[in-house]
Design a protein around this ligand. Structure first.
Ligand SMILES: C[S@@+](CC[C@H](N)C(=O)[O-])C[C@H]1O[C@@H](n2cnc3c(N)ncnc32)[C@H](O)[C@@H]1O
Length: 523
């Protein structure tokens, strides 16, 4: 066989800057960068004369648009690419580009970040994929570290034709601590994926590490579905059952689910504000509030102590139902402190651009919300870790808070128990996507809203509900780990019964993920 001279075949240039072939005619392109832009049609005239490439293979850059320079590029991209909306990523543009570069029936094979399955910034892209491509296969390599990449990679194989069929092949490889099925040794981690008998679920050993390999036909996601997650048939059945038998979702029972404060200058508003610093600087109490950060949230209760933990300097007040900046006049020490940091605070040009005062907190939320009885969770956690806040803490942006419509104490205890149950931890971990290293999960509003809630108001469940509330009362006050784990176990059992799970389903649920029941921080 004659070796092909690759030098002749490598073409270089900026792939994104020129509008893709079919829009090129409709949209004259002019930009300072155009000299370097890659003219697909000009350079591959004979290919486009035949309708486009048979395949496009690549490892496009994963760069969030906020990090792209110069900022005007955003405007160029938004004018050229349908999916360049919101906080999109350059990788998405390459997926769209490939749709324009391939002929009908041509294939695209990319290694991209698996975040494209779940981030809000990629939601346009996911809909684009559903309407312009047939999804052939997704192989999610999660945190296997098969490639040296800063992201968790997946292999995406798409075909340029109108969507066909209702399902596609999904595979995933995840590192696990210990095998739970009979373990198979492999010399190549990807080799189990050659199996054609589906569904496939095996635990494999490779280079002294253990991995769970799954491959199955997954239903195609629906348009506008908030995130794409795919489940092995057994878990799919459990999730469907939880959703189908639920009386409502958490969203139906809440007045608000929100992230906490985003000061965009924590090292002025929060980080230095220990009790000692406050005393030394004589900052006025009227503007100071104890603030929860993620490490202050234990499962069941908040752990905050005035000699160790932090306050927020909150230069806002509520007037006529609106949150407005305070007049700093009556607070001379706070004013002096803020003035001393004025340069840093003023560097937040977006405050000025939106007509706001230089000393404001960017996302200030509302003090009357913080005063409510509420449930709080760290944004990032390895397991469901909700706590009751009955002390009107302010909440920082590393946490989310949930204000229930029913503000009664017992109702909050009941919902707290559900949120901390194995059932809802299972639901969360399977439906939110495992998007971070070290098996940590995001606890965003969009995920929490979808939690299924069983028929807690039905008279037939009254005795079970009463018992759950009593257990939660103890869990939010007791100190010993032993009592905690036996009460949690009992609550899990009672909550399984509220969801009407059979003993087989409970067994399947408990063996499908590893439940971490860490000991309490306070004991
Ligand atoms: C994730 S890396 C891929 C690296 C490649 N797999 C390798 O092993 O060398 C993404 C590549 O895309 C290139 N790139 C970034 N933006 C581009 C653009 N607009 N047009 C063409 N290439 C681009 C980067 O220079 C980088 O080499």
């Amino acid at each position: 066989m004659r070796a092909v001279d690759l030098d002749q075949m490598i073409q270089c240039g900026d792939a994104l800057l020129r509008p893709a072939p079919h829009v090129q005619l409709a949209m004259p392109f002019a930009s300072a960068d155009s000299a370097n832009s890659f003219d697909w049609k000009g350079r591959f005239a004979s290919v486009f004369a035949r309708g486009g490439f048979d395949c496009v293979v690549g490892n496009p850059p994963y760069v969030r648009i906020q990090h792209v320079q110069p900022p005007e590029r955003r405007v160029t991209y938004a004018a050229t690419y349908e999916t360049a909306r919101g906080r999109f990523d350059l990788a998405g543009l390459f997926i769209e580009l490939a749709n324009n570069l391939t002929r009908t029936g041509g294939r695209v094979g990319y290694i991209v970040s698996n975040k494209l399955l779940t981030t809000r910034g990629a939601s346009e892209l996911r809909d684009y994929i559903l309407t312009r491509y047939t999804v052939v296969e997704i192989i999610d390599l999660t945190d296997t570290k098969l490639f040296e990449a800063a992201v968790l990679p997946m292999i995406l194989i798409l075909e340029n034709r109108r969507p066909e069929g209702q399902s596609f092949t999904y595979a995933s490889i995840q590192e696990i601590e210990a095998p739970r099925l009979g373990v198979v040794s492999v010399d190549r981690l990807l080799s189990p994926l050659d199996h054609s008998q589906l569904p496939l679920r095996i635990d494999v050993e490779w280079k002294q590490r253990c991995y769970r390999v799954e491959k199955f036909d997954a239903p195609l996601p629906k348009r506008r579905q908030p995130v794409w997650t795919f489940h092995y048939p057994l878990e799919h059945h459990l999730l469907e059952k939880l959703r189908k038998d639920a009386a409502c979702t958490l969203d139906d029972l809440t007045r608000k689910i929100s992230v906490g404060l985003k000061t965009t200058a924590d090292d002025v508003f929060i980080k230095p504000l220990t009790a000692k610093f406050i005393e030394q600087s004589r900052l006025e109490r009227g503007l100071l509030h104890p603030v929860l950060e993620s490490h202050n949230i234990d499962r069941w209760k908040c752990i905050w102590s005035s000699d160790r933990d932090l306050h927020v300097l909150y230069p806002h007040e509520e007037r006529g139902g609106k949150v407005v900046p305070v007049d700093l006049g009556p607070y001379p020490h706070a004013r002096r402190y803020l003035q001393a940091n004025r340069q840093q605070l003023e560097a937040r040009a977006y405050l000025r651009d939106s007509g706001r005062q230089w000393y404001e907190i960017w996302v200030h939320q509302s003090p009357s919300d913080f005063a409510q009885l509420k449930l709080v969770t760290p944004d990032i956690a390895s397991h469901n870790c909700f706590a009751l806040d009955d002390q009107s803490f302010f909440v920082n942006g590393t946490c989310f808070y949930i204000i229930l419509r029913d503000q009664s104490y017992d109702y909050n205890l009941l919902l707290l128990s559900l949120l901390n149950s194995k059932v809802l931890e299972f639901f969360h971990k399977l439906t939110s996507g495992n998007s971070l290293y070290a098996k940590r999960f995001r606890y965003w509003t969009s995920y929490l809203k979808t939690y299924p809630i069983p028929a807690i108001g039905h008279p037939r469940n009254a005795a079970v509900v009463r018992q759950i509330i009593e257990n939660a009362r103890r869990l939010t006050t007791i100190a010993t780990d032993r009592e905690r784990s036996s009460l949690e176990e009992e609550n899990d059992r009672l909550i399984y019964s509220l969801f009407g799970l059979t003993s087989q389903e409970i067994q399947d649920l408990e063996s499908s993920i590893v439940f971490q029941r860490t000991s309490s921080k306070s004991s």
